[in-house]
Design a protein around this ligand. Structure first.
Ligand SMILES: Nc1ncnc2c1ncn2[C@@H]1O[C@H](COP(=O)(O)OP(=O)(O)OP(=O)(O)O)[C@@H](O)[C@H]1O
Ligand SMILES: [Mg+2]
Length: 245
């Protein structure tokens, strides 16, 4: 793998009950880079980020190679992958409903900080998302969608990610909050974190990503700098539900 990359995927194939949901030749991310993954419903976006961390709702069959820096991790458990810094904020903002914000953050197990790897403290999460600081004694169940999303990201950061994967973090958020959450991605990337961002809000994503990858039926059909590929009609098509046979 190229020494400047932190994550590299090769020939990643994922199928459910024999149906191929993802067939990806190669994808790499460098530290400090934000890569956006877009595509229609069912294109394979969640399948991709879930496969990277070795997690799934069903029982997919996954083959191919996943490297985090020098380590080949595709045979590892999700737990082991988190420990080396491959951290996913899944679709649907998983937070503990009966725990307070403070307890939710404390339950994120942190690892030892090492060069190139930042483990955020609870206070740093409150600096990043002041709203969470104000709500620290509120229960998970009492939080708004946006606050839950911030909490999910906060928990992930306390695990010391080297690659942060986010599955549709802006879904259901008010426009102002969308840009706030996505702007945070740029702040995080500036400190060297690599970010893979699945986003249905292409316009908002384009404002923060370095590169955009378009998936169609599990395959990459377009990728490149956001400024170059952003206007490609295939991107608009994906979101209008049209097919490009
Ligand atoms: N647990 C599962 N069992 C069986 N099939 C699945 C499972 N999860 C996903 N699939 C199928 O795999 C394909 C890709 O699904 P995936 O969830 O990755 O799409 P997506 O791009 O994340 O879509 P969305 O934008 O709706 O979240 C779809 O055809 C879906 O029906
Ligand atoms: Mg999805």
């Amino acid at each position: 793998m190229n020494p400047s990359d932190i994550l590299a995927l090769r020939n990643l194939k994922v199928s459910y009950d024999g149906n191929l949901a993802l067939d990806l030749n190669s994808l790499t991310i460098a530290p400090g880079e934000v890569v956006g993954v877009v595509g229609a419903n069912g294109a394979g976006k969640s399948t991709l980020v879930n496969a990277i961390v070795g997690w799934s709702r069903g029982t997919p069959r996954s083959t191919g190679e996943i490297f985090l820096a020098d380590a080949r991790v595709d045979g590892w458990s999700t737990h082991e992958r988190i420990r080396v810094g491959l951290v996913l904020v899944p679709e649907g903002r998983l937070v503990f409903a009966s725990m307070t914000v403070e307890e939710n953050l404390s339950s994120a197990f942190s690892t030892v900080s090492s060069p190139g790897r930042r483990v955020y403290s609870r206070e740093e999460i409150y600096d990043l998302f002041p709203r969470l600081g104000e709500r620290r004694q509120h229960l998970g169940s009492q939080l708004s969608g946006g606050e839950r999303q911030m909490l999910g990201i906060g928990r992930a950061l306390m695990m010391g990610p080297r690659v942060l994967l986010l599955d549709e973090p802006s879904i259901g958020l008010a426009p102002k909050l969308v840009s706030q959450v996505l702007d945070t991605m740029r702040t995080l990337a500036a400190s060297g974190l690599a970010i893979l961002l699945v986003e249905q809000n292409v316009r908002a994503a384009m404002a923060v990503v370095d590169r955009l990858v378009l998936l169609e039926r599990g395959r990459v059909v377009l990728q490149g700098p956001a400024a170059q590929v952003g206007d490609d009609p295939r991107i608009a098509q994906a979101y209008l539900g049209a097919t490009s046979e």
